[in-house]
Design a protein around this ligand. Structure first.
Ligand SMILES: NC(=O)c1ccc[n+]([C@@H]2O[C@H](COP(=O)([O-])OP(=O)(O)OC[C@H]3O[C@@H](n4cnc5c(N)ncnc54)[C@H](OP(=O)(O)O)[C@@H]3O)[C@@H](O)[C@H]2O)c1
Length: 250
């Protein structure tokens, strides 16, 4: 990869985003790293050469526009945007919390919309760019305890499919990333056993290795996510008893 290529990563202060930033910078990319946690971003920028800190709350549409303008003014055109910022909290139906739905929708779904609004017109004008949208296998089908989170990820998969169909042939590639379970602060909230749990560096490596590829979906670990794809194809009459049994065991 040539040295001058520039990537913008949101949710870069922790977890998958942080590991992704480090691996991309090591591979020779210039990296513009965004998240709300300014101190954590500065520490990252101090320890990784080629990485610049651009603090940002993705729920602020105007701030997304300003951040993209600041990055491109300082460092040139963004070639790769990874919309990775995300939030999660499990919610039982007995504790139904509309505020949590709003909170997760604003970060996970609208946060990506704001990032796209800022970067997509610039990429389209240049006829060049790659955009990775961090969704999840939790968006494949409704899962117990995951209504507020899963709905945002299903929305992202749908959004990415729509844009992919429209942008084909423009030079701008939209792709979706659907990981299984990855060990981060986000999944540390899960009280259940997580099958095929991956380490964060392995997850980041799977994404980095897929950059520049032609496929629409990047998913890992494959044995687990392909099993979930099969589950997605089941009729409801089979899906609900099976998912109840599987999640009760976990
Ligand atoms: N871990 C998994 O098993 C898994 C599986 C599938 C998909 N994912 C998705 O992968 C992405 C990263 O997850 P992770 O596990 O690495 O989570 P994480 O360790 O909790 O990191 C989340 C990152 O998002 C940032 N963030 C949160 N709210 C933000 C906001 N409003 N504006 C800007 N940045 C914000 C956080 O930084 P600040 O708090 O500093 O803002 C942090 O850098 C998420 O979209 C998640 O849904 C994760």
């Amino acid at each position: 990869m040539p040295n001058a290529r520039l990537a913008w990563i949101t949710g870069a202060s922790a977890g998958i985003g942080r590991a992704l930033c480090t691996q991309l910078a090591t591979a020779g990319w210039q990296v513009a790293a965004s998240a709300r946690g300014e101190a954590r971003l500065r520490t990252l920028a101090d320890s990784v050469s080629g990485l610049g800190a651009y603090p940002l709350d993705v729920t602020d549409a105007q701030a997304c526009e300003w951040t993209v303008a600041a990055i491109e003014d300082a460092q040139g055109p963004i070639e790769l945007a990874v919309f990775n910022a995300g939030d999660y909290r499990p919610m039982a139906a007995a504790d139904f919390d509309a505020a949590l739905f709003r909170q997760l929708a604003e970060v996970n779904y609208l946060g990506v919309v704001h990032g796209l609004a800022a970067v997509l017109p610039r990429m389209r004008a240049r006829g060049r760019g790659e955009i990775l949208i961090m969704a999840s296998v939790a968006g494949y089908r409704g899962l117990p305890l995951a209504a507020p989170y899963g709905a945002t990820k299903a929305a992202l998969i749908s959004l990415a499919e729509s844009l992919r169909a429209e942008l084909d042939g423009t030079g701008v590639a939209i792709r979706v990333v659907n990981p299984g379970f990855v060990r981060t602060a986000l999944t540390a909230q899960n009280a259940f056993r997580m099958p095929a749990l991956m380490e964060v560096d392995d997850a980041a490596r799977a994404i980095v290795d897929a950059i520049g590829g032609r496929g629409f979906e990047i998913t890992f670990p494959k044995r687990f996510t392909y099993a979930l794809k099969l589950l997605r194809m089941l009729p409801y009459a089979l899906y609900f008893p099976l998912i109840r049994r599987m999640t009760r065991q976990a």
